[in-house]
Design a protein around this ligand. Structure first.
Ligand SMILES: Cc1cc2nc3c(=O)[nH]c(=O)nc-3n(C[C@H](O)[C@H](O)[C@H](O)COP(=O)(O)OP(=O)(O)OC[C@H]3O[C@@H](n4cnc5c(N)ncnc54)[C@H](O)[C@@H]3O)c2cc1C
Length: 285
């Protein structure tokens, strides 16, 4: 490991250090330790001195209000799972990520900043219009998470910025759907995933959110398609099944890689979409 490293006690100290030094932001390290691994028995070599964030109190809080849940970037996946106010559907997603030991150190901020389209918190956060706070010593900005990513593994994060907080607006969806397709139940990265959220009231679709993970360079969500089905009777949704699949099909542009083939990813994504539509069309509320 690089001999030089910085472990600040406060966010201010971290930002001051980052303003003056080129460093590698290090939260739980579960992505970084793999990315810079050198092989069995050898410590990883990092290209820049690590700046450790996991111990900074300001990044480790969860604040809950009537309007939103604000999560510090260094909150671990296990801490989210044990918090009483994290929505159950988000917990369901998180509980399928990695393994218990990894979840004890892996952070939500690391999952976001790793910027993989297979990052499992991303479909939920983007479907919920989550926003993030990016802070440097001299500036701070809040952006929609969907605007943070520019390509697979690429973001608008500047060299002197840290992701500090994630804000999830409170919602009242009464239908939730989530499927993660992986090689096995635990410890497997996502081949394809789909999240569906809806609010059905008086037999009508009042809110609809659909997001796909790992099947395009960015998380797939299309606000215009979602909007088109608002106000429709949910028991009529099945009539639109083919149309909805036709609309999402060109947006689902997976790749062949070690984990799966593009053809399988596409087929299974559309199957999950059909499954969600069928479930929604039968919903009683
Ligand atoms: C065996 C294994 C299984 C896994 N399974 C899953 C899985 O099922 N689903 C899934 O989504 N992921 C999985 N992962 C990937 C990883 O565990 C997650 O992405 C995790 O949330 C990363 O968080 P971290 O704190 O460990 O990130 P780190 O490794 O510390 O950092 C990841 C990246 O984000 C940057 N970064 C971290 N925090 C900040 C911040 N606050 N501000 C700016 N930049 C920051 C780092 O510089 C780095 O580029 C797995 C990894 C392993 C090794």
């Amino acid at each position: 490991m690089n001999s030089k490293a910085f472990r600040p006690a406060s966010l201010k100290a971290a930002l001051e250090y980052l303003a003056k030094n080129e460093c590698l932001i290090f939260s739980g390290g579960t992505d970084l330790m793999v990315q810079y691994a050198r092989g069995t028995g050898l410590a990883p070599t990092f290209p820049r001195p690590p700046l450790f964030l996991a111990q900074i109190p300001e990044l480790r809080q969860i604040e809950v209000s009537a309007k939103s849940i604000v999560i510090g970037a260094a909150v671990t996946l296990s801490e989210l799972l044990s918090h009483p106010d994290i929505p159950l559907i988000f917990k369901d997603i998180i509980s399928q990520m990695a393994s218990l030991p990894s979840r004890n150190t892996a952070t939500i901020g690391g999952n976001i900043c790793n910027a993989s389209p297979a990052g499992d918190t991303l479909p939920y956060l983007i479907a919920n219009d989550a926003s993030i706070r990016l802070q440097s010593l001299s500036n701070e900005r809040v952006v929609l998470l969907s605007d943070f990513f520019t390509a697979a593994k690429e973001t608008i994060l500047k060299k002197d910025e840290v992701l500090t907080k994630i804000t999830i607006p409170r919602t009242n969806f009464n239908h939730h759907y989530y499927q993660k397709i992986g090689q096995r139940k635990g410890m497997s990265l996502t081949k394809a995933s789909m999240l569906g959220l809806a609010l059905i009231e008086n037999g009508k679709v009042k809110e609809l959110r659909i997001a796909f993970g790992a099947v395009a360079p960015l998380i797939v969500r299309d606000l215009a398609i979602e909007k088109q089905y608002l106000g429709l009777r949910n028991d009529k949704l099945l009539d639109y099944e083919e149309e909805i699949c036709r609309q999402y099909s060109p947006l689902i542009k997976p790749i062949d890689d070690a984990r799966s083939t593009a053809a399988y990813r596409k087929a299974v994504s559309l199957r999950m979409l059909r499954d969600f539509i069928k479930q929604l069309s039968k919903a009683q509320e």
